[in-house]
Design a binder for this molecule. Structure first.
Ligand SMILES: [Zn+2]
Length: 103
């Protein structure tokens, strides 16, 4: 398992969802993480989206298709997201601010 964030972190989509439920570069907050109850050792993440499809269809393990949870929440493959690197963003912002407004 190689996710670098935990509950409460700001996360960014790194892989557009097949049904465009989230798109690469979109920001979310990790509300809940759920380990799969199959043998795939995957995590599912709740980014605060309700199911727009059949709940049983969207709470499935991305690898073996075992139904992990069907609670009306759209659970996504946790590896489709990574932690928003705020340090990088702040240093980029500082560079911009240090440049003279007119040159
Ligand atoms: Zn599985």
């Amino acid at each position: 398992m190689n996710i670098d964030y935990t509950i409460g972190d700001d996360i960014v989509s790194i892989k557009t969802h097949a049904d465009s439920e989230h798109k690469e570069g979109e920001l979310f907050k990790c509300l809940r993480l759920l380990p799969s109850n199959c043998n795939c050792a995957v995590y599912m993440v709740d980014i605060g989206k309700k199911c727009t499809l059949n709940a049983e269809e969207i709470g499935k393990c991305p690898k073996c298709q075992t139904i992990i949870k069907s609670d009306g929440i759209a659970w996504f493959n946790a590896t489709s997201f990574k932690k928003l690197d705020t340090l990088v963003n702040i240093s980029e912002l500082t560079e911009i601010l240090e440049q003279p407004a007119f040159n």
